[in-house]
Structure formats: structure tokens, C-alpha cells
Design a protein around this ligand. Structure first.
Ligand SMILES: [Zn+2]
Length: 331
């Protein structure tokens, strides 16, 4: 653990050997009514490690005559690397769990949670029929994922908070605001007095945030980035993975520029194609030519969202009869 800002400690829990379980940051803010932000993984090893780190933080705070209370916990969004540890942390530390109503629906119901990842016809309109067949194998994948992350579901939230509201942490006012894009129920936490922003997975220092269907939206992600860039007094972004962002506005500008380049790349493929219309598969293969099936699978999520964004912007249109993306402006 390390004290990353005055009174805010960061604990990084190791993930697994695969990229599917990356190391994740949990933030501990002890005081008069202290808060834990994000809960990490729920497997025994991760929870035990976190509890030991929390004991060390409390001992440090006691030694330095600052408050040691931790009475509440909230999560940035309902992805399993952020909420799976909630159940055990609540049980072991007697925490009050604060969730938005959107998060609460999924974190308190395995059925609803699993349902939220089913790609509907609507979310997969750019995908060919064979992609929808993947849903047949989803129940097996659900069990494997939940085991890997140690995912546990709560019976209920203790407090339902508005997605746009203020909360009190150690007599300081923190603003909670809805920040969708990476995940539909993502919230951020901001204290204007200190300029500290907990951005979850929305802004990472050295890697690009994953986006993909069915719970992401590039259009909403870009709006969220613009909103965060304009936060008055923003000084530091505390991220869910990796080290803090010390140049927040510059980093957000880099991400916006990267997404604009990627969007142009997809649009250019469609615009200069000799074919009248292109499927998602066609576009993925043109952008990642010769890079193999695994790369194609990893990339098709952001490309699908980019197609949806281009359609929203009126740059392309869908040929619904063929389930293909069609270039709208070909001049
Ligand atoms: Zn996430």
C-alpha cells in the first residue's frame, strides 16, 4: 500500500496470470466516516491480502493520530474486477454498501447480472449470425469467469445513491457523477477542493480502456471524457488499474485523439472499399489483416462501437437487410 494523496491510500491486488485478470487498485480513505472505493476480486487470496493491507493502513493512521474508521464502500461500476470482493469486505469490516440503483440491480442478482451481458439482436446488429451463436456457450463462460474472479453477489445495497449526487467522506464533500462509456453504470467520484478524481476504468495512465458491447458506448465514452476534462480544479486522476495520472487534462486529450484516429481508420476502410457494403468481419480483417483469429476477436468490440458511433454521427448507414455497415458519404 502507499499513501497516494493526503489521507488516500492505494492498495494494488495482484490479478492472475492471464490478461483477463489484471492487477486492480482499491482506494482506502480512513477517517471519521471512512470510505473504500472499489472492492476488487472476491477470491480468498485477494480478500485476505486486502484485509491485511487495510490493517497496516489503520495502524499507520493510528500512529499518526488520524482517523481509522472505515464505515462505507462504493464501487466505480459493476464489472467483476471491481465489485466481486464487496460481499466479503462488507462481512469482515461491517461496511455500509452504497450503490446506484443501476448497479444495485446487477450486483444483487446473479440472474440480472448474467442477463446484462447477453448480446441482444439490437446490440449485435453489425454482427453476423455466427457471432450470436457465441451466446450458446455463455452459461459455461459465466461460471468460469465468476470462479476466476471470486464473484459474490449481495442480498441488497445498504444505501441507494443517486448517480449524480454528493456524499460525505470524513467531512469532505465528494461529488458522484454518472460517467458511462466503458460501462453503462460507471460513476466517478470528485473532490473539487483537492482536485482528486476517482475515474475507475474510464481513464488509465498507460493503456487504452477496453470498450465493447453490450454495455459500452463510444458516443457516451467521448462525452464522459469531455466532461472529466472540464472538471474545475482537476489535478490528479486515481485509476482502477495502474499508477495515477498526474497530467489529467493532457492524458484525456491523448485518449480523445486516439479514439478520433481509430474512428477515422474505420471510416476510411468503409469509404475506400471497392465493395458496396462491408460486414463487421470484413472491417476487422481489413484493419488487422493477417494478425489472426485472437486479434480479430479482441478487436471486434471497439470496431462495432465505432460503427455505432459513426452511424450516430450520420457518417455511415446500415444496410439492415444484409446486416452490414454501409458507407454513407462516398464522395
Ligand atoms: Zn471495467
Amino acid at each position: 500500500m502507499q499513501q497516494i494523496c493526503k489521507g488516500i491510500f492505494m492498495v494494488t491486488c495482484a490479478g492472475g496470470i492471464s490478461v483477463l485478470k489484471p492487477p486492480v487498485n482499491i482506494y482506502i480513505i480512513p477517517g471519521k466516516n471512512g470510505m473504500i472505493f472499489d472492492a476488487g476480486y472476491g477470491d480468498r487470496r485477494s480478500v485476505d491480502f486486502l484485509l491485511k493491507e487495510i490493517s497496516k493502513i489503520r495502524a499507520y493512521c493510528k500512529k499518526h493520530c488520524t482517523g481509522t474508521d472505515l464505515s462505507q464502500i462504493m464501487v466505480s461500476h459493476s464489472h467483476p474486477d471491481h465489485f466481486s470482493g464487496l460481499y466479503e469486505l462488507k462481512k469482515k469490516l461491517g461496511l455500509s454498501v452504497l450503490l446506484t440503483s443501476d448497479m444495485s440491480k446487477l450486483i444483487t442478482s446473479k440472474k440480472e447480472y448474467r442477463k446484462s451481458y447477453v448480446e441482444t439482436l439490437n446490440s449485435g446488429e453489425y454482427r453476423s449470425q455466427k457471432h450470436r451463436l457465441i451466446n450458446i456457450f455463455k452459461p459455461v463462460a459465466d461460471v468460469l469467469y465468476e470462479k476466476n474472479y471470486g464473484t459474490r453477489f449481495l442480498k441488497r445495497a445498504d444505501v441507494i445513491i443517486e448517480a449524480d449526487s454528493y456524499i460525505n467522506i470524513n467531512n469532505k464533500l465528494w461529488r458522484v457523477f454518472h460517467c458511462p462509456g466503458h460501462c453503462d453504470d460507471h460513476i466517478c467520484l470528485y473532490n473539487q477542493e483537492t482536485g482528486v478524481l476517482f475515474a475507475g476504468d474510464n481513464v488509465l495512465r498507460s493503456i487504452t480502456t477496453w470498450i465493447g458491447p453490450p454495455r459500452s458506448s463510444l458516443t457516451k465514452y467521448l462525452s464522459s471524457l469531455l466532461y472529466m476534462k472540464k472538471l474545475p480544479g482537476l489535478k490528479i486522476i486515481l485509476t482502477a488499474h495502474g499508477s495515477p495520472v498526474l497530467n489529467p487534462k493532457q492524458r484525456i486529450k491523448q485518449i480523445l485523439k486516439w479514439r478520433a484516429l481509430r474512428t477515422l481508420q474505420v471510416y476510411t476502410v468503409i469509404k475506400h472499399s471497392k465493395q458496396k457494403s462491408l460486414s463487421l468481419d470484413d472491417i476487422v480483417k481489413k484493419i488487422y489483416e493477417g494478425q489472426g483469429w485472437i486479434k480479430y476477436k479482441m478487436a471486434e468490440g471497439w470496431i462495432q462501437l465505432t460503427l455505432e458511433h459513426l452511424e450516430f454521427k450520420g457518417r455511415i448507414a446500415r444496410d439492415r437487410s444484409k446486416n452490414k455497415a454501409v458507407c454513407y458519404y462516398c464522395n
